[in-house]
Design a protein around this ligand. Structure first.
Ligand SMILES: Nc1ncnc2c1ncn2[C@@H]1O[C@H](COP(=O)(O)OP(=O)(O)O)[C@@H](O)[C@H]1O
Ligand SMILES: [Mg+2]
Length: 270
């Protein structure tokens, strides 16, 4: 795949089931280098599962995962270090270590990869904390921080190894709109200043349209639509337009109407 140097990561015909639950059913996607791709889709559609395949935290039942020109889905766990070092992951739950200072949290990947003797005093720690506007919190404990600040610390930790790619899993979920927008601005700033390839999984549409160069919508385990934001805004596909309008689909409405009909005292037509 070295004939496509403009593609940072790709998945090809990815299949993944958990027991009887078929989550990915032939997902094929390419993530262009230096661009921000937003992956949209309802809760439970497999966005996080797809993201985990990109760092081999999940292995496909079938299909391929490529990092540049290297196929990684079969790479053994102990050989994944050099690949994972190039990919920062902002997990859905920011998951800071509560017993470590902010600085030690951010230094953790450097220590883990044996890249520093200095821990939180490594200048790279101060540098990324400065990038997220929290340099003065270096000696603080995570408990002293707001939700948005914790997210920013987690982001600093995700970029401390200067990755080529950053994966953001629901970076604004659970944050108020203003705090969310700070995160959006940071995603844009990091893409701009570090030339990072960003993959942002979200169901936050304001965030999606703010940061996306390209968008992808997953539906029932495959790619329903991909293209620029304008392609999504103009889409006549009912699945896409319902998602963008935040409307339930007819099956979901039928389900809640059935529930209402069965409950005495609740009007089925209400
Ligand atoms: N390790 C696992 N074992 C069993 N089921 C899983 C596992 N990981 C995810 N799932 C299921 O796969 C589906 C997709 O999950 P996920 O990718 O987390 O959805 P989302 O699009 O909300 O991120 C969900 O039904 C989830 O419960
Ligand atoms: Mg998820």
């Amino acid at each position: 795949m070295s004939d496509q140097p403009d593609i940072a990561l790709r998945v090809k015909d990815l299949h993944k089931s958990f027991g009887p639950l078929k989550v990915l059913r032939g997902t094929t996607l390419a993530f262009p280098r230096g661009r921000t791709t937003v992956v949209l889709g309802p809760s439970g559609c497999g966005k996080s599962v797809m993201l985990k395949h990109l760092v081999a935290l999940e292995r496909p039942d079938r299909g391929e995962v490529w990092f540049g020109d290297q196929r990684i889905d079969h790479v053994r766990e102990r050989d994944l270090g050099p690949i994972r070092r190039k990919i920062g992951f902002l997990f859905q739950q920011s998951a800071l270590f509560d017993s470590l200072t902010v600085g030690d949290n951010v230094a953790f990947p450097l220590v883990e990869h044996g890249l520093t003797q200095m821990g939180a005093d490594d200048p790279r720690v101060a540098r990324v904390l400065r990038m997220v506007g929290l340099e003065e919190k270096l000696r603080h404990m995570p408990a002293d921080l707001s939700g948005g600040q914790r997210k920013r610390v987690a982001l600093a930790r995700a970029i401390v190894l200067e990755p080529e790619v950053v994966l953001y899993d629901e970076p604004t979920t659970g944050l108020d709109p203003i705090t969310s927008d700070v995160i959006n601005e940071l995603i844009l700033k990091l893409a701009d200043e570090m030339g990072i390839t960003s993959i942002v999984v979200t169901h936050d549409l304001a965030s999606a349209f703010k940061v996306a160069d390209r968008m992808v919508m997953l539906h029932e385990g495959t790619v329903r639509l991909e293209g620029g934001p304008e392609v999504f805004r103009a889409s006549q596909d009912p699945v896409v337009s319902r998602f963008l309008k935040g409307e339930a689909n007819p099956e979901e409405l039928a389900e809640i109407n059935r529930v209402q009909a069965r409950q005495p005292g609740v009007a089925a037509s209400a």
